[in-house]
Design a protein around this ligand. Structure first.
Ligand code: PMV
Length: 327
């Protein structure tokens, strides 16, 4: 039967910040991660995406934060959904982030999670959460985790169908807060994560240690910390894991350096906060910003302290957020 078209769906997805990072792919075409990861979905970083199908369109289009941009990756992603639906109808995609885009604040995570949910609904494809996670992964590795709320574990898996994320129930999750110190106004990043992780894997003398030693060990100890309800242990692992990821990237040739002077100053400030007895653990992604894992009780003092660090242009405090959903 011919597809009628003109169907529209809107979804919201929160971004997520990894506590045990994903840095390296074992299959570029399928976007399979080299190792597992663990993340916290954040209510304060939200993407809202509308996918509108119409038989009248001759090509897909993408408007991101009000600006028309190259829809190539969106088309590739929607083609995965259209193939399942058995349709070829083109789409108008409108997406807005309520936070700086492509600056190391994980906009690809919330972006592809929202596109997966809205795209599947618009195309009339019903997918269970695990299938949505597998689909979102094809857009960006971290997006697989943003299908779910709270703490989320991503499996590296042995094959395509095993590389999905799933939520971890943790009694203390509502007490967690992430304080994000935005450095340099959230300008777009210098190295996209895909090319930077491929380059790290190909040239860094520390990549094998990262992939085969650091990540598996940190995933085991982070799981043990969760079971023991030991937030300090979890924070310690998260900070050390982020520093090890950056150490491997910095050792690539030529180096991949996301840090700016305020990044280092923030790391020192987080250590000073801990020395004063606050719960504060730093993590850094593919950008200069520092995200501080803390608690609902300490978030205000952590935010006030990092705001004073020269070079910090804004501070976002976020509670854990829900999984991606249609609105
Ligand atoms: O999902 P991508 O391709 O944008 O890569 C994410 C990479 C990091 O944010 C640095 C780490 C992570 O696990 O989110």
């Amino acid at each position: 039967m011919a597809y009628i078209g003109g169907v529209s769906a809107t979804a919201r997805a929160c971004s997520n910040i990894a506590l045990v990072k994903y840095w390296g792919k074992r299959d570029a075409a399928l976007n399979l991660p080299a190792a597992g990861s663990l993340s916290l979905t954040l209510a304060g970083l939200v993407t809202e995406t509308t996918v509108e199908l119409s038989e009248r369109l001759v090509a897909d289009s993408l408007v991101l934060n009000g600006v028309s941009v190259d829809p190539r990756r969106t088309t590739q992603f929607l083609d995965l959904i259209r193939a399942r639906a058995g349709i070829t109808t083109r789409a108008r995609v409108t997406s807005t982030n309520d936070f700086p885009t492509a600056s190391g604040l994980a906009s690809s995570a919330s972006g592809y999670a929202a596109l997966a949910v809205a795209g599947a609904a618009a195309c009339g494809v019903e997918l269970a959460p695990r299938e949505l996670s597998l689909l979102a992964r094809r857009g960006s590795g971290s997006a697989a985790r943003s299908i779910f709320g709270g703490l989320v574990r991503m499996h590296a898996g042995d094959r395509d169908a095993d590389a999905y994320a799933e939520p971890i129930a943790w009694p203390l999750v509502d007490r967690l807060r992430m304080v994000i110190a935005v450095v340099g106004g959230g300008v777009p990043k210098a190295h996209g994560s895909t090319s930077a992780m491929d380059h790290t894997a190909a040239t860094s003398p520390y990549y094998d240690a990262w992939r085969h030693d650091v990540v598996p060990r940190d995933l085991v100890s982070a799981t043990a910390a969760l079971v023991a309800l030991d937030l300090a242990a979890l924070g310690e692992i998260a900070e050390a894991n982020a520093l090890a990821m950056h150490a491997s990237a910095i050792a690539a040739r030529p180096a991949v350096i996301y840090w700016q002077p305020p990044t280092i100053a923030l790391l020192a400030e987080v250590r000073a906060l801990r020395a004063r007895g606050l719960v504060a653990w730093a993590t850094i992604d593919a950008g200069p910003h520092v995200k501080v894992l803390t608690t609902v009780d300490d978030a205000r003092r952590v935010a006030d302290a990092v705001r004073e660090v020269p070079g910090v242009t804004s501070v976002i405090t976020s509670a854990p957020g829900p999984g991606a959903a249609l609105i």
